[in-house]
Ligand binder design. Sequence first.
Ligand SMILES: Nc1ncnc2c1ncn2[C@@H]1O[C@H](COP(=O)(O)OP(=O)(O)O)[C@@H](O)[C@H]1O
Ligand SMILES: [Mg+2]
Length: 287
Amino acid sequence: MSDREEYGLLDPEEGEGDDFGDEWEEIDVSDTDADRIARKRDREFAEFRKRLKDADQFKVAQSVFDDATFAAIYKLVQDGYIDAFGGPISTGKEANVYEALGADDRDVAVKIYRINASNFQQMRAYLEGDPRFEGIGSDKKKVVLAWTKKEFANLRRARAAGVRVPEPIAVERNVLVMELVGLVEERARRLAEVTVENPETAFEVVREYMRRLHGAGLVHGDLSEYNLIIHDGELVVIDLGQAVTVHHPNADDFLDRDCRNVASFFTRQGIDVDPADLRSFVTAAEP
Ligand SMILES: Nc1ncnc2c1ncn2[C@@H]1O[C@H](COP(=O)(O)OP(=O)(O)O)[C@@H](O)[C@H]1O
Ligand SMILES: [Mg+2]
């Protein structure tokens, strides 16, 4: 096994080239099926909502999930993307992440954005200037829905460019279903939580993924040892909700910050990484 394979660097041939499809089109955040389900409140949905609300793993979250969020989960269950909920993996500022059983007995991660996200103003700053999200305005609900769709679209785009990210599976309103990295019994760890055995190689892999992402026209915007997870020796880039296109007015600043964070982490691991050199490497890939 070569050094790079050690951290699971994807073979670029596995990417689907630069045929990115229509996720660059304007994203529609008007009335969703979930909103209609929540309005109709038929008996089946009411029972489903009650069951979820009573489930232990939702006890903490129930005060922050509104009816339309329960309806989005209901729709994903009806469509066969979610079979049963497991426990919470993370309760962050804007989103909760749960383990769940998906289609074909496959474990999935379900990321549920809260509509009353605390740093909603900050979300807007990332969306404004992104050509994919023109005209979103200041409606809180629309912003969060656009954000969730953006994470889904970014994951698809990153994956097509040969960046190892969780496979996006489905998106409904403010709920995103994706591949669970790691196992229910053995969770993937953040790079920040592990002893990096071979930091030189890990750095080369991260640097290459940054370059491929940039080549695909995206800047992560929140890249650090907290949004890189590792399982079974494989490095995976996560949390692409805030990632912007290279045309975003702040893309340069976001890229600088990503380079500084990554350089500082690997410098602490004992290797000499200069953020400016990293940036030159990353931008050598023409978007
Ligand atoms: N697809 C996934 N597989 C495994 N764990 C995940 C996955 N997505 C997120 N996580 C876990 O949940 C945490 C929070 O997810 P993240 O997308 O970074 O959201 P946040 O915006 O709250 O930082 C991550 O640090 C990671 O531990
Ligand atoms: Mg994160």
